[in-house]
Ligand binder design. Structure first.
Ligand code: SF4
Ligand code: SF4
Length: 100
């Protein structure tokens, strides 16, 4: 199980939304469009529909991310709050799976 809760509160802190790794992904952009609706409803969508909080949900369902760019997780508030630096993997949760 992940160290991080897949919650609305954590999604709002997550900075994957501005990460260069997924900036050019058409698949991510499509999922981003549905986020305001989800936030308004107050209910989290299924993990594969949420283009962020991968430290909680695990690998992305999108095939078109650019892993040559830098992961931003170490600048995210969740990184400190959940002490992700002492776990595995160290960032790139969208590629390597959830934080343990
Ligand atoms: S640590 Fe990374 S994946 Fe987890 S909430 Fe922050 S930016 Fe998102
Ligand atoms: S897990 Fe890291 S690499 Fe993946 S989208 Fe979030 S910040 Fe970027």
């Amino acid at each position: 199980m992940s160290k991080v809760d897949f919650s609305m509160e954590n999604l709002q802190k997550c900075i994957c939304k501005t990460c260069p790794v997924q900036a050019e992904s058409a698949c991510v952009k499509e999922k981003m469009r549905k986020i305001p609706e989800m936030l308004e409803s107050g209910e989290m969508a299924d993990t594969e529909m949420v283009p962020g909080l991968y430290c909680a949900s695990g690998k992305t369902a999108c095939p078109d991310l650019d892993m040559s760019k830098m992961c931003q997780c170490n600048e995210c508030p969740i990184w400190e709050e959940c002490d992700l630096v002492s776990g595995e993997p160290l960032g790139y949760y969208c590629r390597d799976g959830e934080a343990r």
